[in-house]
Design a protein around this ligand. Structure first.
Ligand SMILES: Nc1ncnc2c1ncn2[C@@H]1O[C@H](COP(=O)(O)OP(=O)(O)OP(=O)(O)O)[C@@H](O)[C@H]1O
Ligand SMILES: [Mg+2]
Length: 256
């Protein structure tokens, strides 16, 4: 049984079929890549898995259970964490506040509780603060913990987001273009952290336009184009797939 099983998922926006009977499996403990041109449906698939969007048809199973109608909070509590293509952080809050908020998000109470019943925040604070510090350290962010996200470079803000996601210790991490805007040294830091996470047993599904990065870190790669799954397999196989070379790898990779 795969940790994540997406079966025949479709989702349209008006006349646009963003996902057309898409299936995908992520084995527990693996790092799986999802590539494809702009508008292929990658982020839509992440939204359907994390619960920000409901599929029109098809099923999403996590650890054997159907989760396709659950709220994003319920899915986070089950162990699905994610990062966003355009940073899912509160820019005017500090790095530490963002990480602590994420830690509360995966706690067994809801987002409105955190806002409306702030005393819940104080429960078990010490343990959470330790997890927060550990996550920040992992990304070299301890010195920035009290800085506002808005005042950080894009790469450091991206790391702050990844620290927030990893602090939750999700069983499955969905990373939407984590390498975009990072320089080579930063990409290699990310690479190292992903290696640690996988050694800790975290399962990772990631979208990236940096094909070399994807082929380097992933065990298995899926290729989406115009809402349909075009190919899948180990990186070597996918890289050589004629339809992939033509539809995706043959065209220059997008910079941003
Ligand atoms: N909320 C929305 N409302 C309307 N159309 C949408 C919405 N979200 C996505 N789409 C459309 O669905 C299609 C897939 O978009 P999606 O963002 O999933 O692609 P993507 O593969 O993540 O692209 P990119 O590489 O540019 O991030 C596109 O045609 C997009 O315009
Ligand atoms: Mg996207």
């Amino acid at each position: 049984m795969s940790l994540l099983e997406v079966r025949d998922v479709s989702r349209s926006f008006g006349g646009v079929r963003a996902l057309d009977a898409v299936s995908l499996d992520v084995e527990e403990g693996s790092v799986v890549g999802l590539i494809g041109p702009n508008g292929a449906g990658k982020t839509t698939l992440f939204n359907v898995v994390s619960g920000l969007l409901l599929a029109d048809a098809g099923s999403v199973r996590f650890a054997g259970d159907e989760i396709g109608r659950l709220s994003p909070h319920r899915r986070a509590a089950l162990g699905i964490g994610r990062s966003f293509q355009n940073l899912g952080l509160m820019l005017d809050e500090t790095v530490a506040f963002n990480v602590m908020t994420a830690l509360h998000r995966s706690a067994p109470y809801t987002g409105p509780d955190v806002l409306l019943r702030p005393w819940l925040r104080n429960r078990g604070d010490r343990a959470l603060e330790q997890r927060c510090a550990w996550a920040l350290q992992r990304f070299g962010l301890l010195a920035d913990r009290e800085r506002r996200v808005r005042d950080l470079s894009f790469a450091r803000a991206r790391f702050a987001e990844l620290a927030a996601v990893t602090a939750e210790a999700p069983r499955l991490m969905l990373l939407d273009e984590p390498t975009t805007g990072l320089d080579l040294a930063e990409v290699s830091r990310l690479d190292a952290v992903l290696g640690q996470l996988r050694r800790d047993g975290t399962t990772i599904l990631l979208v990236a336009h940096d094909v070399r990065f994807v082929m380097g870190v992933c065990d298995h790669v899926y290729v989406l184009a115009e809402g349909r799954m075009l190919a899948q397999g180990p990186p070597r196989v996918v890289q050589a797939h004629p339809a992939v070379v033509e539809a995706y790898l043959g065209t220059p990779a997008r910079a941003g």
